[in-house]
Design a protein around this ligand. Structure first.
Ligand code: SAM
Length: 411
């Protein structure tokens, strides 16, 4: 097997056409272009992979698997097809077949990061921790330029009940990459150091800058709840067709919420710490203003007042909620609303802090803690609360709670 060749001009044209259609929200048309090329033998491995990705995004895992299996003889030298097949078979519960594909890839390229993570994920689910460590130790090569595979491995091990092994891989990352800015934050989640009250800004900026290019498609593949939450917020507050609401999208990211909020907003502003996420939000063209800043600092200084501030999947980067809720309240009009989601911390496992940092760098909050903080910060009892699945992490659902609360006039 070899790494991918650059597509020649003919393939490049087909690929670009399909890619643009997919990116602009026309996956069926993109798929048609890919399938026509495949039927005419004008396909290359990247066209196959794009078609498989679209099938996966549409939930048609069996179609994706069939396509990849059929293309294996023609593209047997292309590693990424084996990795994609391993991933899809794993999602379909065909673990024996998944392991076969992934092992074939790792036989050729023992430190392939994605193949390493997916294979170790299957082994972790099977409770085979010895094999997990062997797979990870083989897969984490001496030449790897960054420590993210360690962090992913640690998150996975922690998720499956082995914080001890998670700590081991984080400590190895710290040893090999002493100057990396992330390990001390992650390590605090497994008891090494004090848990900070919120995620460090330089950690957030680097994390989201790094993931900006693939953020939307990654989110769609793990189940993106934010658009659903925005629709609920619009419905609950009867924003439909009014167009008279000034809105701040705090932690707007790539601006996925912006498209949904725009038709109902008289003014739509976004703030985020990641310049690369913001660039994508800007390209959507639906915000009146965007700011590259820490939202706490932004809210302290802006003279603007908003009828609604939304924070979908953002408060997971704050542990203590007092300061941020206080600052957001300052920027609300007299009967303004805040609408947000938090990752749910089971009250049984919540300690007295009411929030918990996980090895993946995200905080979860107990329901009681959120209620107390809303009350203390000067918000009325939430008028909307709903439990939902936020996303799937390593195939396991992560639960969240969506709240909408009005500002109390008197604090
Ligand atoms: C998981 S993304 C969610 C993006 C968007 N709200 C959505 O639902 O699609 C979290 C975003 O919040 C931003 N963020 C986190 N903490 C922040 C802070 N203190 N100030 C500004 N942006 C922040 C991150 O940079 C990232 O873009």
């Amino acid at each position: 097997m070899v790494a991918s060749k650059k597509p020649d001009t003919e393939y490049a044209e087909i690929l670009t056409q399909a890619f643009v259609l997919q990116k602009t929200g026309m996956p069926d048309a993109a798929l048609k272009v890919c399938n026509r090329a495949i039927d005419n033998g004008q396909d290359n491995e990247e066209i196959i992979l794009l078609a498989a990705k679209i099938y996966v995004e549409q939930g048609e895992l069996n179609a994706a698997r069939t396509l990849l299996v059929n293309s294996m003889p023609k593209f047997s030298e292309y590693l990424e097809i084996g990795v994609a097949l391993g991933d899809i078979c794993n999602k379909l519960g065909l673990t024996v077949e998944a392991k076969q594909h992934l092992r074939s890839v790792l036989d050729i390229s023992p430190d392939h990061p994605l193949a390493t993570i997916i294979l170790s994920q299957i082994q972790v689910k099977e409770g085979d921790f010895n094999s997990v460590c062997t797979t990870l130790d083989n897969g984490i090569s001496a030449s790897r330029p960054d420590p993210w595979i360690y962090y992913l491995a640690a998150t996975m091990l922690d998720n499956f009940g082995r914080p001890d092994l998670a700590a081991l891989y984080l400590l190895r990352a710290k040893e090999r990459y002493p100057n990396d800015i992330h390990h001390s934050f992650f390590l605090s989640a497994v008891g090494d150091g004090v848990v900070p009250e919120r995620a460090p800004i330089d950690h957030l900026r680097e994390l989201f800058d790094k993931s900006a290019d693939n953020y939307d498609s990654h989110l769609n593949s793990i189940g993106n709840a934010s658009p659903r939450h925005i629709v609920e917020i619009i419905e609950h507050l009867n924003l439909e067709g009014r167009g008279d609401t000034s809105i701040l999208d705090a932690g707007c990211g790539t601006g996925m919420n912006g498209d949904l909020l725009r038709p109902h907003a008289s003014w739509l502003e976004g703030v985020d710490v990641s310049p690369k996420m913001l660039k994508q939000a800007e390209d959507r063209g639906c915000y009146d203003q965007l700011h590259c800043r820490d939202m706490v600092e932004f809210c302290c200084h802006t003279p603007q007042k908003y009828d609604l501030i939304v924070l979908t999947d953002v408060l997971s980067y704050f542990g203590a909620l007092g300061e941020i809720l206080d600052n957001l309240r300052r920027c609300l009009t007299d009967d303004g609303h805040i609408a947000f989601s938090v990752e749910l911390l089971d009250s049984g496992t919540a300690d007295k802090a009411g929030f918990k940092l996980a090895v993946n760098g995200r905080y979860s909050h107990s329901l009681e803690y959120v209620m107390d903080m809303l009350n203390l910060a000067g918000y009325a009892q939430p008028e909307f609360e709903r439990k939902d699945i936020l996303r799937q992490e390593f195939g396991v659902p992560v639960y969240c709670m969506v709240f909408i609360a009005r500002k109390r006039t008197a604090k």
